[in-house]
Design a protein around this ligand. Structure first.
Ligand code: 5GP
Ligand code: MN
Length: 339
């Protein structure tokens, strides 16, 4: 972020403003952790702050301090629309195109509020007044830490801020294993631990918190796993019936796609999850090395994300979606085998 932008934001925070913070739809650990981390920080500046999430998120994120204050746009639309239309400042966190907020897009795009983007996804749109966009960052949470630091307010980072930001760094780095994890990421995490984040407890809350049914669903996902060795690709399918069989809850399939990517000699992995309510197949894509699933998803599945982790969707049925996916692979055969 530019120095003069930081100066302007500092000036802005000197007097109380009406501030709304927004994460992307189907928020993950980084989205919720970064919005809550920023929320607690702005409260210390005596700001009037509300977080509005487009919709609900998994239970394994609901331990975070301040979480119960988050409004959900899909069930609290009227109240949310008033807050958005009256806001002086809107922070958009962990996404870079307003359509990533689903039904909130219209309210956000018509609002006159000054908009500040903090995000690490590729190819940002230009809706924001001030943009802190850096695709090399491990997580939006690491960026919120940097943002606080740039404002000269590191001394304000307390245990609540630390716990929220640590949680998002932990989830978005795959527990510090993805290539986006740098020594700086570890230093930031270390500082957050020094300021009160209980790393072991946070890990337990997020990862050692599975229901028996989720484990059974994982078993089904793994038995549905298919491998296409000539494309170094593996994929998993889960139909709506299978989800129902194991009493699926939001977040239950989180991380499943990584099992496909953990296979020997596989560098491209996908999971196709049927969502009958929205009449789509939700797709998660993961890769190793330079094969860009962001590009792949943008080209074929109306999505995007990062080089090694992206999402998308298909309006075909589950079987046709998989057939379509397989039919696309030959044109990537070289790219997949040159990795
Ligand atoms: P996931 O597969 O875990 O849902 O998402 C992987 C990454 O891609 C995340 O950073 C997420 O924000 C992004 N992502 C997921 N779905 C979409 C989508 O439909 N469009 C775009 N642009 N990004 C997505
Ligand atoms: Mn993120």
């Amino acid at each position: 972020m530019k120095k003069d932008e930081i100066t302007k934001i500092k000036q802005l925070l000197k007097t109380p403003k009406k501030i709304v913070i927004v994460p992307h739809k189907n928020p993950d650990g980084d989205a919720i952790g970064s919005t809550l981390g920023l929320y607690h920080f702005l409260l210390k500046h005596k700001q009037h702050v509300k977080i509005i999430a487009p919709n609900d998120y998994p239970d394994f994120l609901k331990w975070m301090p301040g979480e119960s204050e988050i409004l959900k746009y899909d069930s609290q639309k009227e109240e949310s629309d008033v807050l958005i239309s009256q806001a002086d400042v809107i922070f958009t966190l962990d996404f870079n195109a307003l359509n990533r907020t689903g039904d909130m897009e219209e309210a956000l795009s018509t609002s006159d509020a000054l908009k500040i983007m903090i995000d690490h996804h590729q190819q940002p749109d230009s809706y924001a007044t001030y943009m802190y966009s850096d695709v090399s960052m491990s997580s939006t949470c690491e960026m919120v830490y940097n943002f606080i630091s740039m404002l000269g307010d590191k001394n304000l980072i307390d245990a609540d801020i630390s716990s929220c930001l640590y949680a998002g760094i932990l989830t978005d780095t795959g527990s510090f294993r993805f290539p986006s994890t740098t020594s700086k990421t570890h230093q930031v995490a270390g500082d957050l631990i020094d300021n009160g984040a209980n790393h072991s407890e946070i890990y337990n809350q997020i990862f050692d918190n599975s229901s028996y049914e989720r484990m059974q669903l994982l078993g089904r996902a793994l038995s549905n796993l298919k491998v296409l060795p000539e494309y170094r690709t593996a994929y998993i399918t889960l139909s709506q019936n299978e989800l129902n069989e194991f009493n699926f809850k939001k977040g239950d399939t989180e991380g499943f796609v990584n099992y496909a990517l953990s296979l020997n000699n596989i560098i491209f992995a996908a999971i196709f999850i049927e969502d009958s309510q929205n009449n789509i197949i939700k797709i998660s894509l993961r890769s190793k090395g330079d094969f860009s699933v962001n590009d792949f998803s943008r080209a074929h599945f109306e999505g995007g994300g990062h080089t090694n982790a992206a999402g998308g969707k298909s309006e075909l049925n589950l079987i046709s979606t998989v057939e379509n996916f397989i039919s696309i692979l030959p044109s990537y055969k070289n790219a997949l085998n040159n990795e």
